[in-house]
Ligand binder design. Structure first.
Ligand code: URA
Length: 209
Protein backbone atom coordinates (compact mmCIF):
# COMPACT_ATOMS: atom_id res chain seq x y z
CA UNK A 1 0.00 0.00 0.00
CA UNK A 2 1.31 3.46 -0.89
CA UNK A 3 1.60 5.99 1.90
CA UNK A 4 -0.63 8.96 2.66
CA UNK A 5 1.38 11.73 4.24
CA UNK A 6 0.32 15.17 5.49
CA UNK A 7 3.32 17.49 5.20
CA UNK A 8 2.42 19.80 8.07
CA UNK A 9 5.72 21.66 8.43
CA UNK A 10 5.10 24.99 10.24
CA UNK A 11 6.03 26.98 7.11
CA UNK A 12 3.54 24.99 5.06
CA UNK A 13 0.77 25.43 7.64
CA UNK A 14 1.45 29.17 7.82
CA UNK A 15 1.41 29.62 4.05
CA UNK A 16 -1.71 27.49 3.70
CA UNK A 17 -3.54 29.75 6.15
CA UNK A 18 -2.60 32.75 3.97
CA UNK A 19 -4.22 31.26 0.87
CA UNK A 20 -7.27 29.92 2.72
CA UNK A 21 -8.21 33.51 3.62
CA UNK A 22 -10.96 34.66 1.26
CA UNK A 23 -9.32 38.09 1.07
CA UNK A 24 -6.04 36.71 -0.34
CA UNK A 25 -5.84 38.17 -3.86
CA UNK A 26 -4.83 36.44 -7.09
CA UNK A 27 -1.21 37.57 -7.09
CA UNK A 28 -0.48 36.51 -3.52
CA UNK A 29 -2.48 33.30 -3.92
CA UNK A 30 -0.41 32.33 -6.97
CA UNK A 31 2.89 33.13 -5.29
CA UNK A 32 2.10 31.27 -2.10
CA UNK A 33 0.72 28.18 -3.89
CA UNK A 34 4.10 27.91 -5.64
CA UNK A 35 5.97 28.41 -2.39
CA UNK A 36 4.02 25.61 -0.73
CA UNK A 37 4.57 23.34 -3.75
CA UNK A 38 8.30 23.99 -3.56
CA UNK A 39 8.42 23.15 0.15
CA UNK A 40 6.39 20.00 -0.48
CA UNK A 41 8.69 18.92 -3.33
CA UNK A 42 11.57 18.72 -0.86
CA UNK A 43 9.72 16.05 1.11
CA UNK A 44 8.04 14.34 -1.86
CA UNK A 45 11.45 13.76 -3.44
CA UNK A 46 13.01 12.36 -0.25
CA UNK A 47 13.17 8.78 -1.53
CA UNK A 48 14.66 9.62 -4.94
CA UNK A 49 17.35 7.03 -5.62
CA UNK A 50 21.01 8.00 -5.36
CA UNK A 51 24.06 6.34 -6.85
CA UNK A 52 27.77 6.48 -6.11
CA UNK A 53 29.99 8.85 -8.00
CA UNK A 54 33.56 10.02 -7.66
CA UNK A 55 34.17 13.75 -7.27
CA UNK A 56 37.50 15.46 -7.33
CA UNK A 57 37.34 18.33 -4.87
CA UNK A 58 40.12 20.93 -4.80
CA UNK A 59 41.59 18.85 -1.98
CA UNK A 60 41.03 15.15 -2.77
CA UNK A 61 39.17 12.53 -4.78
CA UNK A 62 36.13 11.32 -2.85
CA UNK A 63 33.27 8.86 -3.27
CA UNK A 64 30.00 10.79 -3.13
CA UNK A 65 26.36 10.40 -4.21
CA UNK A 66 24.33 11.93 -6.96
CA UNK A 67 20.79 11.34 -8.21
CA UNK A 68 20.42 8.10 -10.15
CA UNK A 69 18.94 8.85 -13.53
CA UNK A 70 15.19 8.27 -12.92
CA UNK A 71 13.93 11.51 -14.40
CA UNK A 72 11.06 13.37 -12.77
CA UNK A 73 7.95 14.36 -14.68
CA UNK A 74 5.60 16.89 -13.10
CA UNK A 75 2.06 16.35 -14.33
CA UNK A 76 -0.37 19.13 -13.46
CA UNK A 77 -4.04 18.32 -13.79
CA UNK A 78 -5.34 21.29 -15.78
CA UNK A 79 -5.98 23.86 -14.93
CA UNK A 80 -5.42 24.37 -11.18
CA UNK A 81 -2.44 21.98 -11.13
CA UNK A 82 -0.51 24.50 -13.24
CA UNK A 83 -0.28 26.67 -10.15
CA UNK A 84 2.09 24.21 -8.47
CA UNK A 85 4.49 23.55 -11.38
CA UNK A 86 6.88 26.51 -11.09
CA UNK A 87 7.40 25.94 -7.37
CA UNK A 88 8.46 22.33 -7.95
CA UNK A 89 10.65 23.35 -10.91
CA UNK A 90 12.54 25.70 -8.58
CA UNK A 91 13.76 22.58 -6.77
CA UNK A 92 13.91 20.14 -9.69
CA UNK A 93 14.67 22.39 -12.67
CA UNK A 94 15.43 19.52 -15.09
CA UNK A 95 12.01 17.91 -14.61
CA UNK A 96 9.85 17.44 -17.66
CA UNK A 97 6.24 18.60 -17.54
CA UNK A 98 3.34 16.55 -18.90
CA UNK A 99 -0.26 17.76 -18.89
CA UNK A 100 -3.57 16.08 -18.17
CA UNK A 101 -6.69 18.03 -18.98
CA UNK A 102 -9.80 17.19 -17.01
CA UNK A 103 -12.83 19.27 -16.33
CA UNK A 104 -15.46 18.65 -13.75
CA UNK A 105 -18.93 18.25 -15.18
CA UNK A 106 -20.84 20.71 -13.03
CA UNK A 107 -23.98 18.56 -12.92
CA UNK A 108 -22.53 15.08 -12.29
CA UNK A 109 -19.34 16.41 -10.57
CA UNK A 110 -17.54 13.66 -12.55
CA UNK A 111 -14.24 14.42 -14.36
CA UNK A 112 -14.02 14.27 -18.14
CA UNK A 113 -10.58 13.81 -19.84
CA UNK A 114 -9.94 16.15 -22.81
CA UNK A 115 -6.13 16.43 -23.16
CA UNK A 116 -3.13 14.23 -22.31
CA UNK A 117 0.42 15.11 -23.45
CA UNK A 118 3.35 13.26 -21.88
CA UNK A 119 7.10 12.90 -22.45
CA UNK A 120 8.23 9.56 -23.88
CA UNK A 121 9.18 6.48 -21.89
CA UNK A 122 6.90 7.08 -18.90
CA UNK A 123 7.78 3.66 -17.47
CA UNK A 124 11.28 4.81 -16.57
CA UNK A 125 10.19 8.06 -14.96
CA UNK A 126 9.23 9.24 -11.50
CA UNK A 127 5.90 11.04 -11.87
CA UNK A 128 4.47 13.73 -9.58
CA UNK A 129 0.82 14.39 -10.43
CA UNK A 130 -0.13 17.77 -8.98
CA UNK A 131 -3.52 19.29 -8.25
CA UNK A 132 -4.15 21.69 -5.37
CA UNK A 133 -7.41 20.03 -4.29
CA UNK A 134 -8.11 16.32 -3.74
CA UNK A 135 -11.88 16.56 -3.37
CA UNK A 136 -13.97 13.58 -4.57
CA UNK A 137 -10.84 11.97 -6.01
CA UNK A 138 -12.51 11.65 -9.42
CA UNK A 139 -9.98 13.63 -11.47
CA UNK A 140 -7.01 12.23 -9.52
CA UNK A 141 -8.19 8.68 -10.24
CA UNK A 142 -8.69 9.49 -13.92
CA UNK A 143 -5.28 11.16 -14.16
CA UNK A 144 -3.57 8.11 -12.63
CA UNK A 145 -5.60 5.87 -14.99
CA UNK A 146 -4.47 7.96 -17.96
CA UNK A 147 -0.80 7.73 -16.97
CA UNK A 148 -0.83 4.02 -16.11
CA UNK A 149 -2.50 3.36 -19.47
CA UNK A 150 0.55 5.04 -21.06
CA UNK A 151 3.05 2.92 -19.12
CA UNK A 152 3.68 4.91 -15.91
CA UNK A 153 4.60 2.76 -12.91
CA UNK A 154 6.04 5.14 -10.34
CA UNK A 155 3.47 7.78 -9.44
CA UNK A 156 3.07 10.19 -6.54
CA UNK A 157 0.03 12.44 -6.12
CA UNK A 158 0.69 15.84 -4.56
CA UNK A 159 -2.07 18.21 -3.42
CA UNK A 160 -2.42 21.11 -1.03
CA UNK A 161 -5.77 20.30 0.56
CA UNK A 162 -7.29 16.82 0.70
CA UNK A 163 -10.76 15.71 1.75
CA UNK A 164 -11.04 12.36 3.55
CA UNK A 165 -13.47 11.23 0.83
CA UNK A 166 -10.90 11.90 -1.91
CA UNK A 167 -8.05 10.21 -0.08
CA UNK A 168 -10.21 7.13 0.50
CA UNK A 169 -11.36 6.95 -3.13
CA UNK A 170 -7.87 7.45 -4.59
CA UNK A 171 -6.29 4.88 -2.27
CA UNK A 172 -9.04 2.39 -3.13
CA UNK A 173 -8.65 2.88 -6.90
CA UNK A 174 -4.83 3.08 -6.88
CA UNK A 175 -3.44 1.54 -3.69
CA UNK A 176 0.10 1.52 -5.09
CA UNK A 177 0.62 5.30 -5.30
CA UNK A 178 1.86 7.64 -2.57
CA UNK A 179 -0.31 10.64 -1.71
CA UNK A 180 1.06 13.85 -0.18
CA UNK A 181 -1.09 16.71 1.11
CA UNK A 182 -0.35 19.92 2.99
CA UNK A 183 -3.59 19.46 4.96
CA UNK A 184 -6.36 16.93 5.47
CA UNK A 185 -9.60 18.88 5.83
CA UNK A 186 -12.94 17.94 7.32
CA UNK A 187 -15.34 16.93 4.56
CA UNK A 188 -16.88 17.73 1.17
CA UNK A 189 -20.04 19.79 1.00
CA UNK A 190 -22.97 18.97 -1.29
CA UNK A 191 -21.46 21.09 -4.08
CA UNK A 192 -18.22 19.08 -4.05
CA UNK A 193 -16.17 21.77 -2.28
CA UNK A 194 -13.74 20.88 0.48
CA UNK A 195 -14.70 22.30 3.91
CA UNK A 196 -13.09 24.49 5.14
CA UNK A 197 -10.87 24.27 2.02
CA UNK A 198 -9.93 27.39 0.10
CA UNK A 199 -12.70 27.64 -2.48
CA UNK A 200 -12.17 27.03 -6.18
CA UNK A 201 -8.39 26.75 -6.57
CA UNK A 202 -8.46 27.32 -10.35
CA UNK A 203 -10.55 30.48 -10.08
CA UNK A 204 -8.41 31.83 -7.25
CA UNK A 205 -5.17 31.12 -9.15
CA UNK A 206 -6.30 32.65 -12.41
CA UNK A 207 -8.64 35.37 -11.17
CA UNK A 208 -11.70 33.93 -12.89
CA UNK A 209 -15.20 33.31 -11.57
N1 URA B 1 -11.92 21.88 -6.46
C1 URA B 1 -11.60 23.08 -5.92
O1 URA B 1 -10.97 23.93 -6.56
N2 URA B 1 -11.98 23.33 -4.64
C2 URA B 1 -12.65 22.44 -3.89
O2 URA B 1 -12.95 22.73 -2.73
C3 URA B 1 -12.95 21.19 -4.49
C4 URA B 1 -12.58 20.93 -5.77
Amino acid sequence: MGKFKVLDHPLIQHKLSIIRDKDCGTREFREVVNEIAELMAYEVSRDMPLEDCVIETPIAKAKMKHLAGKKVVIVPILRAGLGMVDGILELIPAAKVGHVGMYRDEKTLKPVEYFVKMPDNLASREIFIVDPMLATGGSAIMAVDALKKRGAVSIKFVCLVAAPEGVKALRKAHPDIDIFAAALDDHLNQDGYIVPGLGDAGDRLFGTK
